[in-house]
Design a protein around this ligand. Structure first.
Ligand code: C5P
Length: 466
C-alpha cells in the first residue's frame, strides 16, 4: 500500500499500544479486549484514529497470545488504515520500540508518531488534531490535564518526602506525539543505559535532553481503562458523550433509506416521520391507532413484511410507542399494569425480534426509547420507570449479540419533551423548559446511522448540555 502524506510531506503514524496484559484489572481478558457499548475497547480507540483525516496509517502493537483474536476482530470489523500488527515487548517501552521500528527508514525524516494507549477509547478528534499541529512546531508533544488532587511523593516506607506545587502538576494522558527520528534516537540512547526505567516515551526525551516537550490540553474523559470500576465509568461516559452525535452522521444520511417507525402518529414518532421525509427518507409509519399495536408480535412482523415487500429492504427501525400511567403500585388496576409492560417492554422486544432478520441483511440500525427515570425508579411511576430501565439493559445485551452481524442498536434518552403523552400526564409546562419532538427526532436519525451500538444517547436542550 502506498502511504499518503500531508500537504507538507509528513506522514502521521498512530501506534496503538495494546500488548499489556491487564493484570491490574484482575480479569483474564486484557482490558483492551473487554466489551464496552457493543464493541471492544480497542475497536472504539481505532475508530477515532481511523476517522481522523490527518492520520495516514495505524500500527497496532499486540502480544503474541492476543494476535489471533485481534486479527479476527479486524476481519469482522475492518479498519482500513491499519497496515501493521506488530509483536509487543515485555514493557510498554519495548512495545513502543516495535512501533518505531515499523516506520520505513526512507519515511523516518518526515514522519510523526502518535503513541496511544489502546485502553483510552475516549481520545477526541480535537486532541489528535492539536497534537499533530503542535508537532509542526515542536519535536515532542504530550497530552495532559491539570492535577485536581494534591500529589504526594513518598519514599519506600510510605513517608511523604515531597508535596510538589499542585498548580504546576498535570496528569499525563496519550497520545504522545513525536517526530519519529527524535523518538528513535531517544530509544537508541536508552538501549545503552542500564538504569533507564520509564513508563512513557516523553520521559526518554527528557532524560536525554532531546528538546522541549509541549503539552496539549487533554480531557478528563480521556481515561485509561485500568481497574474494574473504570468500565462502569466508561459506560457512563458513552452515555453522556453527546459529541459522538455532533461529530456523527448528518441528517441527510437518511436519504433513500427505508425506515420503519412504530408509534408514528403522535409525538416523537410523528416528528420522526416528518423529519425523515424532509431529508428524503423512505419512511413507513405504524401505530396502534392504525392497527399495529407493538404488544402484538404478529402485527409487528406483518408490518415489517409489508415494508420489505414494498421496498425490497429495511435499513432502520425505531420504536417510540410507549404508555405512561401513574399511581401507587398497590392502588393500580392489574390489567392496566400489564398493558403498560406489554407496550413499553414486550413491545420493544417484539419490534427487535421482527426487525433483526431484515437489518442483518442491510447492517442496519435500531433505536428504542428509554427515559431519564431509567437510572432510578420514581414513586408513582414505578412500572413506567422500571420498563425504561429494562429497555437499557435489553439494548446492551442485544448490542453484543448483534455486533457480529453489524446491526447497531441504541436507546434514546430524551429529557422532558413536548409530546401529547407529557401534556396528558403533567399538564401544560413552559415550552422553553421542554425539548421539542423535532429535536429528539434529529438525535434519533443521527443515532440510527452512527457507528456505535449498545449506547444510551442522552438528548438535552441545547442550553442544558453538559
Ligand atoms: O501498563 P500501562 O497501563 O502503562 O499500559 C498502557 C498501554 O500500553 C496499554 O494500552 C497497554 O496495552 C500497552 N502496553 C503494551 N506493552 C506492554 C505493556 C503495556 O503495549 N508490555
Amino acid at each position: 500500500m502506498s502511504t499518503s502524506t500531508s500537504n507538507n510531506g509528513t506522514t502521521n503514524y498512530a501506534v496503538i499500544l495494546a500488548a499489556g496484559s491487564g493484570e491490574r484489572m484482575g480479569f483474564s481478558t486484557p482490558k483492551q479486549f473487554l466489551k464496552l457499548a457493543g464493541r471492544t475497547v480497542i475497536e472504539h480507540t481505532l475508530a477515532v484514529f481511523q476517522a481522523h483525516p490527518q492520520i495516514h496509517e495505524i500500527f497496532i502493537v499486540v502480544s503474541a497470545k492476543d494476535r489471533l483474536y485481534l486479527e479476527e476482530l479486524l476481519l469482522k470489523n475492518p479498519v482500513p488504515k491499519v497496515t501493521k500488527l506488530l509483536n509487543g515487548g515485555a514493557t510498554r517501552k519495548d512495545s513502543s520500540w516495535a512501533g518505531i521500528c515499523a516506520v520505513p527508514s526512507d519515511r523516518l525524516p518526515n514522519a510523526n508518531l502518535l503513541m496511544h494507549d489502546a485502553v483510552r477509547p475516549f481520545v477526541t478528534r480535537r486532541i489528535i488534531s492539536e497534537t499533530i499541529d503542535a508537532l509542526g512546531r515542536h519535536a515532542a508533544v504530550d497530552v495532559a490535564v491539570p492535577a485536581v488532587d494534591t500529589i504526594v511523593s513518598v519514599d519506600g516506607e510510605d513517608f511523604i518526602r515531597d508535596i510538589p506545587d499542585r498548580s504546576a502538576l498535570r496528569r499525563g494522558q496519550t497520545p504522545q506525539g513525536f517526530r519519529a527520528a527524535v523518538l528513535k534516537k531517544a530509544h537508541e540512547l536508552s538501549h545503552g543505559d542500564p538504569h533507564c526505567e520509564v513508563t512513557d516515551d516523553c520521559k526518554l526525551i527528557l532524560n536525554y535532553n532531546l528538546g522541549d516537550i509541549y503539552v496539549v490540553r487533554g480531557e478528563e474523559k480521556n481515561i485509561k481503562i485500568t481497574y474494574p470500576e473504570d468500565l462502569f465509568l466508561a459506560d457512563k461516559i458513552f452515555q453522556v458523550n453527546s459529541s459522538t452525535l455532533e461529530d456523527g452522521p448528518p441528517l441527510r444520511r437518511v436519504q433513500d433509506k427505508v425506515v420503519a417507525v412504530f408509534g408514528a402518529t403522535k409525538g416523537i414518532g410523528e416528528a420522526l416521520m416528518f423529519l425523515g421525509r424532509e431529508y428524503g427518507g423512505r419512511m413507513h409509519g405504524f401505530a396502534a391507532s392504525t392497527g399495529c399495536d407493538v404488544s402484538d408480535a404478529e402485527a409487528v412482523e406483518r408490518a415489517l413484511a409489508g415494508v420489505l415487500q414494498a421496498e425490497g429492504r429495511i435499513d432502520a427501525v425505531v420504536n417510540t410507542a410507549g404508555v405512561l400511567r401513574s399511581g401507587r403500585l398497590a392502588d393500580r388496576d392489574p390489567a392496566d399494569i400489564e398493558r403498560e409492560i406489554a407496550v413499553n417492554y414486550l413491545g420493544s422486544i417484539n419490534v427487535v425480534r421482527a426487525a433483526l432478520p431484515h437489518l442483518e441483511a442491510t447492517r442496519g440500525g435500531i433505536c428504542l426509547f428509554t427515559s431519564s427515570s431509567f437510572t432510578r425508579g420514581r414513586s408513582l411511576y414505578s412500572v413506567y420507570s422500571s420498563t425504561k430501565a429494562a429497555i437499557v439493559n435489553l439494548v446492551q445485551g442485544i448490542a453484543e449479540e448483534t455486533a457480529p452481524q453489524g446491526v447497531r442498536i441504541n436507546a434514546i434518552n430524551p429529557e422532558r419533551t413536548a409530546t401529547p403523552m407529557r401534556v396528558e400526564n403533567f399538564g401544560p409546562e413552559p415550552p422553553e423548559s421542554l425539548l421539542t419532538a423535532r429535536e429528539v427526532a434529529e438525535a434519533t436519525i443521527k443515532t440510527l446511522f452512527a457507528d456505535f451500538s449498545g449506547t444510551v444517547v442522552d438528548v438535552r436542550r441545547k442550553s442544558a448540555t453538559l
